[in-house]
Design a protein around this ligand. Structure first.
Ligand SMILES: Nc1ncnc2c1ncn2[C@@H]1O[C@H](COP(=O)(O)OP(=O)(O)O)[C@@H](O)[C@H]1O
Ligand SMILES: [Mg+2]
Length: 264
């Protein structure tokens, strides 16, 4: 469904120098896949997601989605940001139905859809609430519902749980797995949490910096196991613990390298 072919991205800085944010990224993503992308800060994760979303054009390389070249943003590729980027002046209902209303759908149709989406994200009865009255976790549920309202083929998430406390985060991890199972959507989730990357990726891609590139890729059983197993139980498995330790050391070493080379 998504082909990323030899994509590189450099940014020119005001002083005339250049940052190579991504170099030669190639990736194939199939419909319905759940992909997590993990890497230290600055390795180009957000840049890659922005390129897939069509917010940025790569310096070189090609991207196609459903056999069409990506040349800008589109409703088929929905984004959920770290902080919901919700419209603070609208209630929950109007936030969720924003996309469909912009497409000209009457509120008689969107009201029904809002109810279904609120049910799906566990926020029944919250349609009339102001978004500023909701907790961070609830706001991210609204952001997910708003994204789903546009019926995208792929959902792009840039550290969507990064600003949440540990307990809320765990509940949201379970929600993302549930949405993936129940909607069959393709999901690409960026995180710098090893735990999240292991749980929320059938395929986990580890990126490394300078310039940003794909360092390792893993096929993982954990997201699939979560269909009928508690997340806490999955995290206790020796296989999970081993991968957790190995990947954590890998990221740790990368961060040490970054810190080391920036010393005078
Ligand atoms: N608009 C921009 N202008 C200049 N440099 C940028 C810009 N966006 C990102 N970068 C640089 O590109 C690199 C990758 O950034 P980013 O994709 O945000 O990484 P990550 O999301 O993995 O932390 C960093 O060195 C960052 O400073
Ligand atoms: Mg980022």
């Amino acid at each position: 469904m998504l082909h990323i072919d030899n994509v590189s991205m450099s940014f020119s800085l005001p002083d005339g120098s250049c940052v190579e944010a991504l170099k030669n990224i190639s990736l194939e993503i199939k419909k319905g896949e759940l992909i997590s992308i993990l890497g230290p800060s600055g390795c180009g994760k957000t840049t890659l997601l922005n390129i897939i979303a069509g917010f940025l054009a790569p310096t070189s390389g090609q991207l196609t989605f459903n056999n069409k070249t990506i040349s800008g943003p589109s409703a088929e590729r929905g984004m959920v940001f770290q902080k919901g980027a919700l419209f603070e002046w609208m209630n929950v209902r109007n936030n969720i139905s924003f996309g469909p209303r912009m497409q000209g759908r009457p509120s008689s149709q969107t009201d029904q859809q809002v109810e279904e989406l609120l049910q799906l994200v566990g926020l029944q009865g919250f349609a009339e609430k102001a978004v500023y009255a909701l907790s961070g976790g609830m706001q991210q549920r609204v952001a997910l519902a708003r994204c789903l309202a546009n019926d995208p083929d792929v959902i792009l998430m840039d550290e969507p749980l990064g600003a949440l406390d540990a307990l809320t985060r765990e509940k949201m991890q379970a929600l993302i797995l549930k949405l993936w199972q129940e909607t069959g959507k393709t999901i690409i989730l960026i995180t710098h949490s090893v735990e999240e990357a292991l749980l929320l990726g059938e395929r986990l891609i580890v990126m490394a910096p300078r310039p940003g590139h794909i360092h390792q890729s893993y096929e993982l059983p954990f997201a699939g196991q979560a269909v009928n197993q508690d997340l806490r139980e999955i995290k206790k498995q020796p296989d999970y613990r081993d991968k957790y330790e190995a990947i954590l050391s890998m990221i740790w070493d990368m961060e040490e390298d970054i810190m080391g080379t920036s010393q005078p």
